[in-house]
Structures are given as structure tokens and as C-alpha cells.
Design a protein around this ligand. Sequence first.
Ligand SMILES: NC(=O)C1=CN([C@@H]2O[C@H](COP(=O)(O)OP(=O)(O)OC[C@H]3O[C@@H](n4cnc5c(N)ncnc54)[C@H](OP(=O)(O)O)[C@@H]3O)[C@@H](O)[C@H]2O)C=CC1
Ligand SMILES: Cc1cn([C@H]2C[C@H](O)[C@@H](COP(=O)(O)OP(=O)(O)O[C@H]3O[C@@H](C)C(=O)[C@@H](O)[C@H]3O)O2)c(=O)[nH]c1=O
Length: 298
Amino acid sequence: MTAVLVLGGNGQLGQALGRARWSEGTVVHRPGRDVIDLARPESIATALAAHPYDIVVNAAAFTAVDAAQDDVAGAFAINATGPAILADATRRAGLPLIHVSTDYVFDGSATGAYPEDATPQPLGVYGASKLAGEYAVLSGNPRAIVLRTAWVISPFRANFLKTMLRLAAERPALRVVDDQRGSPTSADDLAEAIAAIVPRLAGDADAPTGIYHFVNAGEASWCELAREIMACSASRGGPSVPVEGIPTSAFPTPTRRPVNSRLATGRLTRDYGIEPRDWQAAVRDIVADPAAMPTAPA
Ligand SMILES: NC(=O)C1=CN([C@@H]2O[C@H](COP(=O)(O)OP(=O)(O)OC[C@H]3O[C@@H](n4cnc5c(N)ncnc54)[C@H](OP(=O)(O)O)[C@@H]3O)[C@@H](O)[C@H]2O)C=CC1
Ligand SMILES: Cc1cn([C@H]2C[C@H](O)[C@@H](COP(=O)(O)OP(=O)(O)O[C@H]3O[C@@H](C)C(=O)[C@@H](O)[C@H]3O)O2)c(=O)[nH]c1=O
């Protein structure tokens, strides 16, 4: 049996991990923030001592990109200090750790997709706090994987896909930035990738570790992603309105986002045999889930 402890079990990724296809004999525990709070270090040690886990997945984070600009201490406590303590606690317990991170560690100046070993240079507090968490995890536990992902969408919680469907039900048209490009990613596909990594990382002390990327294949601007969401929704009789492409300057936000945060996934394919599917197929599946629709209960 493989016992997996998931932090952030009620978030987008956490809920997707709850319905992923785990290998036979895997048991997944997803306690909420009331049980493990990254801002309360003692809760980490207590949870690890409560059950003989084989591996830990950290899907918990301070993910409010703009709010992080005004709450630097809060973002660093949850995205950097908490993961540092978690890395130390898992190393002392002899456990491997998968820690999820973000494309926003990059500044967007690269011309192509960012390889795993590209030099990070975050533009905002969220990205800087996540980068500090990456360093802490990699230096704190030699059996750790930092798994960067990007533009996560799902039927769960708040995310760009659900925002677009909600706004389409309320407005005659959407205005969405067309000059920021990235890698849309299904939380379910990311969860399946984690479920595929876990047996090897938990069962083999020499399994490959370090920085990996998982995103769906292909690339898009936020505007192209919004148009695909509208097309899929229209084909199912859901809300759909025209999407006007606008420059970033026409949609000011407190935090600068990278103009290019595409991630290359070659290392994950090479070391773990994981081949992401196209992001358009992932969008189709999410829109087909009734829970993604604005009329669904929250
Ligand atoms: N969303 C995205 O577009 C992207 C996300 N990521 C990364 O992926 C990972 C998963 O993100 P996602 O599922 O989208 O995030 P969500 O915002 O959907 O969920 C975050 C989870 O973290 C929990 N959490 C917040 N603070 C704490 C804390 N102090 N202690 C314990 N748990 C806490 C939340 O708890 P509660 O349920 O109580 O709110 C929630 O369950 C994160 O590492 C994020 O940085 C990377 C790239 C893109
Ligand atoms: C709602 C809306 C957003 N936008 C723009 C603003 C921004 O540039 C872009 C995305 O907006 P959001 O605020 O939804 O997404 P944002 O919070 O930037 O999403 C990020 O979240 C964190 C957690 C990550 O790690 C990143 O990978 C990324 O997914 O779309 C529009 O142009 N029109 C709109 O109507």
C-alpha cells in the first residue's frame, strides 16, 4: 500500500487529486487547512506523526496573485516558509515530497518555452514567494520534486475558465488580453501526472528528482483560451459571447504578468514517460463538466 498525504486538498488541484486514477493500493489523505496549516508549522509535524505516510504532495499555496502584492508576509509564510518546514520535516521522516510551483517564477523575456533549467526572475510577490519555496524545498529534501505548472483550470474553485463562463452569462462581450502567452493546464491532467509519478518516487530512493514542468501541450494567449472556452460552451448550449482581444495596457492589474510563460515539459517525458495532451482537449472536458457552469452550486 502507498499512503499519500496531500496538503491543499480542497483547492483546484487538491480536488482533482481526490478523483485521479491512482495505482492500485494507493490511499490518499487530503486534510483541510484546519488540520494542516502551512502558517502553523507545528500542524505539519503533528500530521506527519499521525499516520505512516509514504509520500507528501504539497498542493497548498497562497494563489491570489494580486492580493500577494499587498500581503508579502502572508504570501512568503505560506509559499516559502511553510514549504521549507515541510521539506525539512519530510526529509527527517525519510519521505519524498512533490511540491507544486508556477510559471510566474519567470519574467516572460524568453522567446520560446522555458526549459526546466531556465533562470527564474519573478515579476511580482506571488512569483517571488513561490521561487523562494522552490529553493527551500530543493535544498531541504534531496528526494523532492518541484513540479511547475501554469494557467490551471478545472470545474473546481475559482479559475480563469470559470470566470469566463460566469462573465459570459452576465455580459454581452468579453475583453481579454491577447499579448500574454502561456500554457493552459487542466488540474485533472496535472493530478494524473502526479498520480503517475508517485509510485516511482515513493518506491525508489533513486528515482529522479529536481525541477519538472507539467502543462498541457500547445500554447495560447488568455484571449485565445477565452475564445476556446466560449466555443466549447456554445457547442453544449452554455453561455457564450464574443471575445475582443486587448493589449495588457487596456486591462491594468496590480501585478505584472509575464508576456510569455510557456513551459517545456521534456524532462518529465524523458524521466517519467508522461506525455501531456493538447490544452484544447482539456478545455472541452472541463466545460463538459456541469460543475464548471455558473449555474452550478459553488
Ligand atoms: N491556479 C493556477 O493557475 C496555478 C497554480 N499553481 C500552483 O499549483 C498549486 C495548486 O494551486 P490551485 O489548486 O490552483 O490553488 P487553489 O487556490 O485552488 O487552492 C489552494 C489550496 O491551498 C490551501 N491553503 C491556502 N493557504 C493555506 C495554508 N496556510 N495552509 C494550508 N493550506 C492552505 C487552500 O485552502 P482553503 O481550501 O482553506 O482555501 C486551498 O485548498 C499551488 O502551488 C499553486 O501555486 C501553479 C500555476 C498556476
Ligand atoms: C477576468 C479577466 C482577466 N483578464 C486578464 C488578466 C490577466 O492578465 C489574465 C489572467 O487573469 P487571472 O487573474 O484570471 O489569472 P492569474 O491570477 O494571473 O493566473 C495565474 O494564477 C497563478 C496562481 C498562477 O500560478 C499562474 O500560472 C496563473 O494561472 O487575464 C482579462 O484580460 N480580462 C478579463 O475579463
